[in-house]
Design a protein around this ligand. Structure first.
Ligand code: ATP
Length: 350
């Protein structure tokens, strides 16, 4: 059983704190994704787990060992980076075998282990090639095979797909998910791409400014975002957010009136709803009525946006819906599709 535990882990450089006292228990075989915008501290957190960066405070456990004082090579983790880190002069075969040689693994086992790892990422036919003779996707698979061959307790992956084109990213993503399922190895994965996080993770850790904003399954963070940061970061499009006020169960903002919000305190509030939770109609009638600001054809749907004060809010209409910019439209939301946040703190209410 090899999980990973972070206890009060902090990273400071001088007066700047990159990671603020984070706590997390990652289960054996769990796939956890650190997700957040550039500079939020996700890579630093992973580098501390790998041993490439020392925490300023706190404890890191891998399995039941505190690893703070262990060298990276003694932590039983294998890392995969976005820039692959392959040796240009070595063949694919030699690149994959490299960690076994370095760790003085019994040489009689190398060939079988290299071939097995290569087969898992469908590189069996390319073992004699050198990195420069491979595509980006193939190089990334060599990097994956090199991590697999070690049979580590934990995989650490830092944006492994970010140098691949969009199509290859989708297929390699599916392959990583499948591999992790087959290998049953605890995996920590860093990305700023929320779709990658949602599709890969058992649990997502949403980070901002060095703090964990929410830790939960993809469904939990999508359905019940803990604050406006998570609400605005997850989903494509992200959740619509409008500033206004609740009074006697009715939310009001310019051009918006949503009744039926029972149990919320009176006062300033931020109301959120997802584009797919609203119905769009031509003319007035819904909780939001405004002229069309923009209309985007998505293929399977039409995204209709209107302005609410300074905010732009969007709803998904059927793909056959047509309107011109400036035409009056209305969105019917219903209280059930609404999320209410405290205006000052941004925290979810209830
Ligand atoms: P990205 O997606 O851009 O890699 P990230 O979320 O992984 O971002 P980190 O690399 O963890 O972010 O960096 C977190 C913060 O710590 C950033 O503000 C960064 O500028 C800062 N930082 C990172 N390394 C150092 C360092 N050696 N000295 C000072 N500040 C640092």
């Amino acid at each position: 059983m090899v999980g990973v535990v972070l206890r009060n882990v902090t990273k400071r450089w001088g007066s700047f704190t990159g990671v603020h006292a984070v706590d997390l228990v990652i289960g054996d075989r769990e796939f956890v994704v650190f997700l957040g915008p550039s500079g939020c501290g996700k890579t630093t957190t992973m580098r501390m787990i790998a041993g490439l960066e020392d925490p300023s405070d706190g404890e890191i456990l891998i399995g039941d060992r505190v690893v703070n004082d262990l060298e990276p090579k003694d932590r039983d983790v294998a890392m995969v980076f976005q820039n692959y880190g392959l040796y240009p002069n070595l063949t694919v075969y030699e690149n994959i075998r490299f960690p076994l040689k370095v760790r003085r693994v019994d040489a009689s086992t190398h060939d079988a282990r290299v071939r097995k790892a290569a087969a898992m990422v469908e590189l069996g036919d390319l073992l004699h090639r050198r990195p420069k003779e491979l595509s980006g996707g193939q190089r990334q698979r060599v990097a994956l095979a090199r991590a697999i061959v070690r049979e580590p307790a934990v995989f650490l992956m830092d944006e492994p797909l970010s140098n691949l084109d969009a199509k290859l990213r989708v297929s390699t993503r599916a392959q990583i998910k499948n591999l992790q399922h087959e290998l049953k190895v605890t995996t920590i994965y860093v990305t700023h791409d929320q779709i990658e996080a949602m599709t890969l993770a058992d649990r997502v850790v949403v980070m901002n400014k060095g703090r964990f904003q929410q830790v939960g399954t993809p469904t939990e963070i999508y359905d019940r975002p803990a604050n406006t940061f998570v609400a605005g970061f997850i989903g494509s499009p992200a959740m619509n957010l409008m500033d206004g006020a609740v009074a006697a169960g009715v939310f009001e903002a310019p051009g918006v009136r949503v009744p039926g919000l029972v149990g919320y305190p009176d006062g300033p509030a931020t109301l959120g709803f997802r584009a797919e939770d609203a119905e769009v109609a031509a003319g007035p009638g819904g909780e939001i009525a405004a002229p069309v600001y923009s209309i985007e054809l998505l293929g399977d749907a039409t995204l209709v946006s209107v302005r609410v004060g300074p905010a732009l809010v969007a709803a998904r209409a059927p793909k056959t819906f047509r309107a011109e910019i400036g035409d009056p439209v209305s969105f019917r939301i219903g209280a059930a599709g609404c999320h209410v946040f405290d205006s000052a703190s941004g925290e979810r209410i209830e």
